[in-house]
Design a protein around this ligand. Structure first.
Ligand SMILES: O=C(O)C(=O)Cc1ccccc1
Length: 309
């Protein structure tokens, strides 16, 4: 198995990948960005890619949401959660916040530390990096001219970087969610605590179109844990929805909701069912249980036996 991930080594994405059983001893290929990682999978150079998809402070990771919603089909096989805390790493010669003129990190890390930066280094210029680890490792390079980087405590420690401040995130307890993506293949069997992801392009721009989608879930008691609208790129007002539902394709209420969605949104894309990283509320009303769906289907089939031919 060859894994790829948003690199270089030391990113939060690598920490997520290391949670996958067997990944620690497998070949791990760092990619420069999310698209590059997914391209390695699409072209068969890697079997699976770990990429960030959502965080509890900033919301969806647009680059990932868009890249898996379009182009050659991909499948989500697993998810992983990583608790995020940030440190401020600096060049050796920097001893105080006042000396920092420029600071580099990944856009999502910057968004999660913006309040701290505005209060403590208001005049420092932000230089976007392809990942937190890339911004941090550049501090070791004499050609680089930023003074500081925001990164994980782990990469700073492992690479012997000078740490000026710890815990500089604006929201304590932030969590980022990552997904492991492969080429389409077998769908992991249900574990009892699963999620499914589906991409829903709105077929037409008309009143009630979103309601029609949502009611497919609501009437079958299927809970949504994330819903995001993203522009298709085809013009203002053209959107698709990226949705995570609690449940697995193998559950009747989820399969039935997907069938309903296919009628109102024929171009939908099913991105997979996979084990949830942490427990979901599993209470399901009796009328939405698998047995209620089976009994209902059996009843209609029985009625149809009396149809005149
Ligand atoms: O840059 C990284 O280390 C990443 O893995 C992306 C990221 C950045 C900020 C918060 C969570 C994930």
């Amino acid at each position: 198995m060859i894994y790829t991930y948003l690199g270089p080594a030391g990113t939060f994405t690598e920490a997520a990948l290391l949670q996958v059983p067997g990944a620690r001893d497998a070949q791990r290929v760092p990619a420069a960005n999310v698209n590059a990682a997914l391209e390695l999978v699409r072209t068969g150079k890697a079997d699976a890619a770990m990429v960030p998809i959502e965080n509890s402070v900033e919301g969806g990771v647009s680059a990932t949401l868009d890249a898996i919603a379009t182009g050659e089909a991909l499948q989500i096989r697993a998810e992983a959660l990583v608790s995020i805390t940030f440190v401020l790493a600096v060049r050796q010669e920097i001893d105080s916040l006042e000396q920092i003129r420029s600071i580099s990190t990944h856009g999502h890390a910057w968004a999660q530390c913006r309040g701290w930066a505005e209060a403590n280094i208001p005049d420092a210029e932000f230089i976007p990096a392809s990942s937190t680890a890339a911004g941090a490792l550049a501090l070791l390079d004499s050609e680089t001219n930023h003074d500081a980087a925001i990164c994980s405590p782990l990469v700073a420690e492992e690479r012997g970087l000078k740490i000026l401040r710890e815990g500089i995130e604006d929201h304590e307890g932030a969590v980022t969610r990552f997904v492991l993506v492969s080429r389409p293949g077998a769908i992991p069997a249900p574990t009892g605590v699963d999620k499914s992801t589906v991409i829903l392009p709105l077929a037409e721009d008309r009143p009630g179109a979103l309601m029609e989608i949502l009611e497919q879930f609501a009437v079958r008691g299927v809970n949504l844990s994330r819903i995001e609208s993203r522009p298709t790129g085809a013009g203002l007002g053209k959107y698709f929805f990226s949705v995570d539902v609690d449940g697995h394709l193998a559950q009747e209420r989820v399969a039935d909701a997907l069938a309903g969605l296919h009628r109102v949104c024929p171009d939908l894309r099913f991105l997979g069912s996979y084990p949830a990283a942490e427990g979901l509320s599993s209470s399901v009303d009796a009328h939405n249980s698998d047995s209620a769906f089976s009994a209902a289907h059996a009843w209609v089939t029985g009625l149809k036996e009396h149809l005149e031919h």
